[in-house]
Design a protein around this ligand. Structure first.
Ligand code: SAM
Ligand code: SF4
Length: 479
């Protein structure tokens, strides 16, 4: 059951601490202190990073691009795979000398990795120069925690798991000007056996649709042209809310807002993806015809072990129905290679699925054992070499499919949202089509932030190249 907890207002609980930190800053510094915030991991984390920066800006901090310039360093960490954690430990280790040179430096670690007890213990014991540690549940309390750290000079660890429900009104300092992240829900109830997310981010809770709509309209007014709706499984949006609404209903509400913009969303769990949702994507002209639908693998036996609750046939039915409704819809996906017990036969079924669906692109990961998850207890008899070999075979096959897909785009015209200067040359711009493909084309910088039409002339390894056909004004005339 999705939790339904009261929505709280951030300002009410943190106002006094924001003032407290501002006062401390005025007494301590002659010029504005600088914060360095580094985020690891998924878009949800990037969105959390924007809230951290929003709160810090309100407390009086400016921002810098290097740790050397910083008065406050925050690493917003990811726990999904071991290599992400290793990188954090490496980077925190490197701060030891920095702290020695500048004892007034404050070092904070937050995010999913910190919500795990064994990690917090390791930080406590092996990294004594880290001042502040808190998990995702405590993120809204950053002013309170920072104030306590500054005033007491003691190390602060807050790993409370109080699942506070939803806190609205946290200030946000967005990193981009064209595409914005908009979380519609938090947490996860699915407990895929390999995944640590439900343990560190708590149970699913949805934001009320009026709060989402208000933020969405604010983004459009601020000039954003693309909004990415975020959740670990957006397809279960709305469960537990007082209002009767599901994800399709939310998409229709947002699609009905006036203006020229695009809506994207991620991630979707195939077990909760419905034909109603596919019909909604087909009928809503502002929702991109791009479905990121992580399948993880092509073997029913392994899907069961992963607790994914769908079969390969269920997945293919969704893909086929969507393609019947929208022949040009793009499919992208996530895959895990080398899950405990995966045999060569299981893996060959994954390769068959790649051939069957012909994804536009995929994110593939070698299985990483996560403490506390069910899969961590499963017997794993496949060697690292074998896993690396399977991983490479998967990349090779997808590369071939990707090249064929890209080449089939030559001669086609796409509506592209222009994002900035391109990598193809000095007078090139870059943007993405609905399928999220990168498209470079020559054009003036004034087109950044506009929708244009581009005809594809060339397929590169990493992108498409084309010629401008129509800019936004002319596209308006065409309609
Ligand atoms: N909630 C999203 C979903 O189910 O699609 C995904 C969230 S997770 C941050 C993103 C991807 O990381 C997953 O789809 C999965 O492929 C991968 N992943 C999660 N746990 C993993 C693990 N233990 N080892 C390797 N990859 C993992
Ligand atoms: Fe992890 Fe599965 Fe939840 Fe995605 S749906 S966050 S993979 S448990």
């Amino acid at each position: 059951m999705t939790e339904s907890k009261a929505t709280g207002l951030w300002e009410e609980s943190q106002k006094a601490s924001v003032a407290g930190v501002r006062k401390w800053i005025c007494a301590q510094y002659d010029s504005q202190p600088l914060a360095y915030v580094r985020t690891y991991g998924c878009q949800q984390n990037v969105s959390d990073g924007e809230k951290i920066k929003g709160m810090l800006a309100l407390m009086g901090y400016g921002f810098c691009e290097t740790v050397e310039e910083a008065d406050l360093i925050i690493f917003n960490t990811c726990a999904v795979r071991e290599n992400a954690e290793d990188r954090v430990f490496g980077n925190v280790g490197a701060l030891k000398h920095q702290k020695r040179r500048n004892p007034n430096l404050i070092i904070g670690l937050c995010g999913c990795m910190m919500q795990q007890e064994h990690i917090a213990e390791r930080i406590k014991n092996s990294f004594p120069y880290v001042d502040l540690v808190f998990g995702p549940h405590s993120l809204p309390k950053l002013p309170e925690l920072l104030e306590a750290s500054l005033n007491t000079k003691k190390r602060i660890f807050d790993l409370s798991e109080n699942n506070v429900g939803i806190i609205e009104g946290i200030p946000i300092r967005r990193d981009q000007e064209i595409r914005a992240w908009l979380p519609i829900m938090y947490g996860c109830n699915n407990f895929c056996t390999y995944c640590v997310v439900p343990y560190v981010r708590g149970r699913e809770r949805s934001r009320r649709s009026e709060e989402i709509l208000q933020e969405f309209k604010g983004l459009l007014q601020a000039g954003y042209k693309e909004v990415m709706l975020l959740g670990q499984n957006v397809n279960s949006y709305g469960k537990g809310l007082e209002e009767e609404i599901n994800f399709s209903g939310l998409l229709r509400k947002l699609n009905a807002v006036e203006g020229e913009f695009r809506i994207r969303f991620m991630s979707s769990h195939p077990k909760d993806a419905t034909l109603e949702l596919i019909d909604t994507i087909a009928e809503c002209e502002k929702v991109c015809k791009h479905f990121h639908l992580p399948v993880q693998c092509g073997s029913d036996r392994i899907l069961k072990q992963m607790n994914r609750q769908y079969t390969r046939a269920d997945y293919c039915r969704l893909v086929d129905y969507a393609r019947e409704k929208m022949p040009d819809i793009a499919f992208t996906s996530d895959f895990i290679v080398g899950f405990p017990g995966e045999t060569e036969e299981d893996f060959s079924q994954t390769l068959e699925l790649l051939e069957r669906v012909r994804f536009d692109s995929i994110f593939s990961f070698i299985y990483s054992k996560r403490k506390g998850t069910k899969a961590a207890e499963m017997e794993d008899f496949t060697s690292d070499e074998e896993k690396a070999d399977r991983f490479q075979r998967m990349l090779d096959l997808q590369k071939q499919i990707g090249i064929e897909k890209y080449e089939s785009c030559i001669g086609k015209r796409f509506r592209v949202l222009v994002e900035g200067p391109g990598r193809s040359g000095t007078n090139y711009l870059t943007g993405r089509n609905e399928a999220y493909m990168i498209i470079d084309f020559p054009g003036p910088l004034e087109l950044v932030g506009q929708f244009v039409e581009v005809e594809i002339t060339e397929a590169l390894n990493w992108a498409l190249r084309g010629e401008l056909v129509l800019s936004q004004d002319k596209m308006g005339e065409k309609k």
